[in-house]
Design a protein around this ligand. Structure first.
Ligand SMILES: Nc1ncnc2c1ncn2[C@@H]1O[C@H](COP(=O)(O)OP(=O)(O)O)[C@@H](O)[C@H]1O
Ligand SMILES: CC(=O)N[C@@H](CCC(=O)OP(=O)(O)O)C(=O)O
Length: 299
């Protein structure tokens, strides 16, 4: 009997959060282990469906860097990254679009639908969702010490998000699943980092939350301890002092941008944990690192 009461208590813990987030949009960047491990994949699909059934509006933006890498390898096409971005020539762009917009996107859609949801897959081309422009990347020349533009091909950044197609899907109870491929004013496809797309979509939708799933517990301090909350104004300092490095820099920066655009709270959480999204949204303590406006006097 006690066990049953404990189960009821767990459900009751969720009640204030369900009330608070009812009708609200939650943008989730899906990637890493959560997208390859069978058990985690199933758990993610069920989490998203549960969210939808209790009245939240989940919007999924997915990555797929490793999956693109595998296909490029099999085709004998070399790939390299500059400042975390894949150098994307015409042949690579073809593979990116095929893998992200095709295989990866449809697998996620099929997984959600197999568990009772109604997901619809899109790329940024559908409904004019993601208007992109070429990413101008600069690098400091070590000899002249002046910044130089380096050409990394068809890598884009988000110019404008037109959320109309997402609103139309939400209104009809569909779950949008978005591949990070945009279209330029020139009609060409652009390969965009998935975290950046998730951040801008969250901003355009004025989402309640942006959740980035990754393969670490969250943001850690220099001793390796998890930092549970970070005021968004502190992020530049954490980058400058070397607490945040590598792939965590664009993630945290995209959280800061989303907060600036009006997203109430952003989270970097561990996608290796089963039901990570539910634990973040519906429990009092949550998991991972929250980046938001916690007030400027917070450490
Ligand atoms: N302060 C930090 N806390 C946690 N991870 C960090 C930190 N600084 C750098 N990292 C690195 O950032 C990585 C996450 O970024 P990335 O590999 O790009 O994630 P993903 O592939 O999930 O998009 C972690 O695996 C870790 O190596
Ligand atoms: C420009 C650029 O690097 N685009 C990424 C898009 C996919 C992505 O972001 O996937 P992850 O989230 O799994 O890294 C790429 O080509 O890998």
């Amino acid at each position: 009997m006690q066990k049953l009461i404990e189960k009821a208590n767990v459900l009751m813990e969720a009640l204030p959060w369900i009330r608070r987030f009812y009708g609200k949009t939650i943008v989730i960047k899906y990637g890493g282990n959560a997208m390859v491990d069978e058990k985690l994949k199933e758990g993610f699909a069920r989490d998203v469906i549960l969210m939808k059934y209790i009245g939240l509006n989940p919007v999924i933006v997915h990555g797929g860097g490793p999956q693109i890498g595998e296909v490029l390898d099999a085709m004998g096409i070399e790939t390299r990254f500059v400042q975390g971005m894949r150098v994307t020539d015409a042949a690579t762009m073809g593979v990116v679009e095929m893998v992200l917009g095709g295989k990866v996107n449809k697998e996620i859609v099929a997984n959600i639908n197999a568990h009772g949801g109604k997901a619809v897959g899109l790329t940024g081309k559908d409904g004019g969702l993601i208007r992109a422009r070429k990413l101008e990347m600069t690098k400091v020349n070590p000899e002249t010490l002046s910044p130089e533009i380096i050409d990394i091909g068809m890598v884009g950044e988000v110019d404008v998000i037109d959320p109309q197609v997402i609103r139309a899907l939400e209104a009809n109870n569909f779950i949008p699943v978005i591949a990070p491929v945009g279209i330029g004013a020139d009609g060409r496809s652009y390969n965009i980092n998935a975290d950046l797309v998730a951040g801008r979509i969250a901003g355009a939708l004025q989402a309640e939350k942006l959740i980035l799933l990754t393969d670490v517990e969250g943001v850690k301090d220099t001793n390796g301890a998890l930092i549970s909350t970070i005021d968004y104004r502190e992020v530049p300092k954490l980058i400058a002092d070397g607490t945040l490095t590598g792939g965590m820099i664009p993630k945290a920066t995209c959280c800061v941008d989303a907060v600036r655009e009006g997203v109430a709270k952003t989270h970097i959480i561990d996608g290796r944990v089963e039901h990570a999204c539910l634990l973040e949204i519906f429990t009092d303590k949550g998991i991972g690192t929250a980046i938001a406006d916690f007030g400027s006097n917070q450490a």
